[in-house]
Structure formats: structure tokens, C-alpha cells
Design a protein around this ligand. Structure first.
Ligand code: SF4
Ligand code: SF4
Length: 395
């Protein structure tokens, strides 16, 4: 793959995509003493504002005023940008991946660093897909919902937790069994995320952590919490024994009332934590039958699958949260591919492994799930789709 020397274009570079990856690329260019002129972004609400010290312009303005510039694409919507550029006969465009390989977080402060590492991972997965290069593993990230009980009741919960027919914890043994079943099929995950609801409500969280201690096929074990609770002393002890543990705290301001105390507790015990301050979320997908054709459905599915990773819940693996929500909130749709049964005793273990591999690999091949026909897809992360984070039912 081409690794252009961007120094030769200094003073004549435009970046397409005034988002998170764009902020990193602008930072790398600055570190290297390379001057960029502007960002292009299709979002009209971003246009005519300034981002990372650069003006944001429209695609039309780019063609009109910067037709001799060199363009670096800094968005995971890369294929759409390339299509637009080709239609408009612009050929001096490049991908940003080589700049991201050299990124030094030293003085970067636009976004939380660990969060950005995940974003960059996702960007690389998109690039591999665009270049038709098979990644080493079919997915980097695996999520396991260990409980559907939560300490908050968010109106816009993506997992619809407040709307479930009933809430429950998944037993420690079942959580471990299901994770190992998926690992046997896939081989390795960079990131295993234990989710809820609120995982700190799970009475066996310490045992789950201990049960994963000898599982060497994951690099990082993240526990996602909403900052309303502290873990039990037993869980703290279990976390201390595993340096791969990372507590990912979503801080929703005043309702995440234990956030500061939690951070102090984790720091005191040398347990890694990543705090992300959320003022806004993005809208949930809308549910309702669509009449999109297979090409549109494939595109929508792949946009949603952008490195987010499959989801385990109670012996089933899902490719995204929507079919899970359909089932758990009793909105059944006619689909035999909403999930895969991880505890299917009717097939051999090698058949089960292959079927898990094939199912997860749909996130690379673009074989969309039937649920996509009933769903608007994950909205773009632009201002128009922003909603206040974690609004509670009682507010
Ligand atoms: S904290 Fe809110 S968004 Fe998260 S699981 Fe609980 S109800 Fe859902
Ligand atoms: S379109 Fe909906 S169901 Fe399909 S992958 Fe995206 S979020 Fe999931």
C-alpha cells in the first residue's frame, strides 16, 4: 500500500472529515511540521466553523477553491468520499493510515487517549476492508452482557434496558462458558468488554474476573460502568490481580455521582481506568420495515459493523444490539439469523466453531442480517443526530 511523503505537499493539503480521526491526523501533520489548509465536511452544521485550528468547508467549496490541493481522507466513510471524488474527476487523494501509524499521543488532548486508540483501531479495520485485505482475526472486540439490570433508566438506552420484560444476571459459569466458546472459534480478541446494564450490580463480578484470569486469548478486559456505583471489595481484589483490567467509566455528570470516588478508588489500587465525559449521545436506530434493496442493506450493515464487535447474551451471539432489542422487548421479526446459539448441542464442536466463525465473519463479508430490513441503522455521528446523554425517565 502506498505511503506518500506528505512533507512534499505541505501548505497544499486539505483533510476530508472533521471528526475524531481528522483531529488525530491534523495533530500528526502539525507534529511533523506539515501545514494543512482546511477540512472538508459534508455536515452543513460544521461548515464555516473552525476545527483543530482549520476552517471547515463544503465539498463544493473544496472543488472550487482547492482544486490543486492534495486531499487526505480522514473518515471511515472513506468509500463514499472516494466515489464522490471520482465522480468529480479529482484524483489527488490519499488515505491517512500511514500517518496514524506514526501517531505519538504525547501532547494530544482533543479526545481521551484510550478512546482514540479504539477509534483508530476501527479506522484501520475500515481501511483493510476497503483494500480487501483480510484482517488477522475476524473481529478484534467481543462484548459480553453479564446483566440486564441497571442502576439508571435512560430514555434513549441503546440496549433498551428500561423497556425489557424482565431483567436478570447471567451466571458466572455461563458468562465464562460463552466467552470461551467464542474464543475457541475465533482464536483471539484484543478487547473483551463486560457490559450491562450496570456490571457492578452483578453479584459474581469478582468470580467472572477471576474466571478470565488464565484466559490468555484476550489482551484487555474492559468493564463498562456508568459511574453510579463502586465495585465490591472482592471485585477490587480480583481486578488488582489482572493487569489487563480496564474500567471504562461513562460519566454523565451529576447522575454519575460516584465517578470521582470511583476514579480515586481505582487509582489507589493501580487499576486502569478510562473516563469518558458524555454530554451527548447519538440517536438510536429507528425500527420499522424498510424497502431498501440488497446493495443499500449491505452498505448500511457494513457502516454499522465498523469494528464494534459481536455481543454475547445468555448463550447467544448477536452481531449488533438491534436484534437483541427486538427479542428482549418482544418485537419479534421473521428472521433466522438474529443470533447464533452458542450452546447448540445438536451439532459437533467443530461445526459449532465453524458456524460461529462464519456468523461473525459476516461483519467482514457484508452478509447483512435480516434485522437490517427493520432498522434505520446507526445514525452518523454528526451534530444533527445528537441528543442529550442519559436523560432519565424521572427527569
Ligand atoms: S446506564 Fe443507561 S444506557 Fe447504560 S445500560 Fe443503563 S439504562 Fe442503558
Ligand atoms: S442496520 Fe440496524 S440491525 Fe442492521 S446492523 Fe445496523 S443497527 Fe444492526
Amino acid at each position: 500500500m502506498e505511503r506518500p511523503d506528505f512533507t512534499q505537499f505541505s501548505g497544499n493539503i486539505v483533510l476530508w472529515g472533521a471528526g475524531k480521526i481528522g483531529s488525530v491526523v491534523a495533530h500528526v501533520l502539525k507534529q511533523k511540521g506539515i501545514t494543512a489548509l482546511a477540512f472538508v465536511d459534508i455536515n452543513e452544521r460544521k461548515q464555516d466553523t473552525v476545527y483543530c485550528g482549520l476552517p471547515i468547508i463544503s465539498p463544493e467549496s473544496f472543488l472550487k477553491n482547492y482544486s490543486n490541493a492534495h486531499l487526505i481522507i480522514t473518515t471511515v466513510g472513506r468509500d463514499d468520499v472516494v466515489e464522490w471524488l471520482k465522480t468529480n474527476h479529482f484524483s489527488r487523494y490519499y488515505d491517512a493510515w500511514s500517518l496514524l501509524l506514526e501517531f505519538d499521543f504525547g501532547d494530544y488532548s482533543e479526545q481521551n487517549q484510550m478512546y482514540m486508540v479504539r477509534m483508530i483501531d476501527r479506522y484501520f479495520r475500515t481501511i483493510l476492508r476497503c483494500y480487501k485485505i483480510n484482517p488477522k482475526y475476524v473481529a478484534e472486540r467481543l462484548k459480553s452482557i453479564i446483566t440486564s439490570k441497571c442502576s439508571l433508566r435512560c430514555k434513549e438506552c441503546i440496549m433498551a434496558m428500561p423497556f425489557l420484560k424482565s431483567s436478570r444476571h447471567i451466571s458466572c459459569d455461563e458468562v465464562i462458558l460463552d466467552i470461551k466458546t467464542v474464543l475457541d472459534a475465533i482464536g483471539h480478541f484484543d478487547d473483551l468488554e463486560l457490559l450491562g446494564g450496570e456490571p457492578f450490580l452483578h453479584p459474581e463480578l469478582d468470580k467472572i474476573i477471576a474466571g478470565l484470569h488464565n484466559e490468555s486469548r484476550v489482551n484487555t478486559i474492559c468493564i463498562a460502568t456508568n459511574g453510579t456505583l463502586l465495585p465490591t471489595p472482592e471485585s477490587i481484589e480480583a481486578m488488582k490481580r489482572d493487569s489487563r483490567i480496564l474500567i471504562r467509566v461513562s460519566n454523565y455528570g451529576s447522575i454519575s455521582q460516584k465517578c470521582a470516588e470511583l476514579e480515586e478508588l481505582l487509582n489507589k489500587n493501580s487499576i486502569s481506568c478510562e473516563i469518558k465525559n458524555f454530554k451527548n449521545w447519538y440517536k438510536r436506530p429507528l425500527f420499522g420495515k424498510t424497502d431498501e434493496n440488497d446493495v443499500a442493506l449491505t452498505k448500511k450493515f457494513m457502516a454499522c459493523m465498523n469494528g464494534c464487535g459481536p455481543l454475547i447474551w445468555d448463550g447467544k451471539i448477536f452481531l449488533c444490539a438491534c436484534p437483541w432489542v427486538f427479542i428482549e422487548t418482544a418485537q419479534p421479526i421473521e428472521a433466522n439469523d438474529s443470533f447464533l446459539d452458542l450452546r447448540n448441542a445438536d451439532i459437533s464442536s467443530s461445526e459449532l466453531k465453524q458456524s460461529i466463525y462464519d456468523y461473525i465473519n459476516r461483519t467482514n463479508t457484508g452478509k447483512f442480517i435480516t434485522a437490517c430490513r427493520y432498522c434505520s441503522g446507526s445514525p452518523n455521528s454528526d451534530f444533527a443526530n445528537e441528543i442529550p446523554a442519559a436523560k432519565q425517565f424521572k427527569e
